[in-house]
Design a protein around this ligand. Sequence first.
Ligand code: NAD
Length: 294
Amino acid sequence: MPPHVASILDGKALALRSQAELANQIEQLQPQVGRPPGLAVLMVGDNPASAAYVRNKERACEKVGMASFGHHLPAETTQAELAQLIQSLNQDPRVDGILVQLPLPDHLDARSLLYAINPDKDVDGLHPVNLGRLVRSEPGLRSCTPAGVIRLLQAYQLGPAGKQAVVIGRSILVGKPLALMLLEADATVTIAHSRSDDLATIARQADILVAAVGRPGLVTAEWVKPGAVVIDVGINRVSDNAVDKSYLVGDVDFAAVQAIAGWITPVPGGIGPMTVAMLLENTVWSYKQRNGLK
Ligand code: NAD
């Protein structure tokens, strides 16, 4: 018998399909509204990883026919200047979504800037109003990475209803909102984190195991129940000194876990592209809401 190999959850392919659907929708809606959806991306300083993410997002925007308003500001930009820019974007009728690329330089207070975004334009879903709507299971803008995880599960008919889901990581960006979205989708949810005792035992209970930590190789084969769905949110750059190159890996020991799991996301090509797809979907959702369209 050939060795067991988990099936791949292809986030890249699903993201491309979502983008093609959005491009169609935008083409149809634009004549009614008189303008395309618009996304404003604010980036401060020149963090190379942030610059790459922002480029990616802006390219994806343009590909589906959205307007992208890039604000790439010098590292010395002040809190007051940023707050003023956010206010003007809040009022700009061409802008449906505002995204502040994190992290910001140390002299800036990211929290108060996120709070200054109009919640109805908060396409990253990080404003307390949108997090509150999530807790209350009310419609609203949902954080992109967790929304991408749920969408990928649903697309492969791996809906979490009734399943044991374990999320490793409790950040406000990924772990906490994802746990709430899994709960909203009727999973039985456990959140594990850096202070959890015996992570391996907790992880092995999971029908759906999500790693959102930022530690390469954290999830080994021993942590995975045979046949489980393993979602790797982690993005870690590691260097291979032998060939003087660096590359991206997740939090899961992919080669070993692939022999145990039923389904697994690759890194790259899993949750990363789904995150961008959800950002675009959120922007179109906001555009439709703001223009009274279904
Ligand atoms: P974070 O640093 O804010 O949070 C990490 C979480 O992991 C914390 O809650 C902490 O309790 C937990 N943790 C830390 N060490 C642990 C350990 N040894 N065992 C168990 N839990 C531990 O990070 P984040 O913003 O949530 O991002 C997590 C990872 O996901 C990072 O690699 C990040 O690059 C990646 N990420 C990917 C996407 C994407 O689009 N795919 C989006 C956002 C973040």
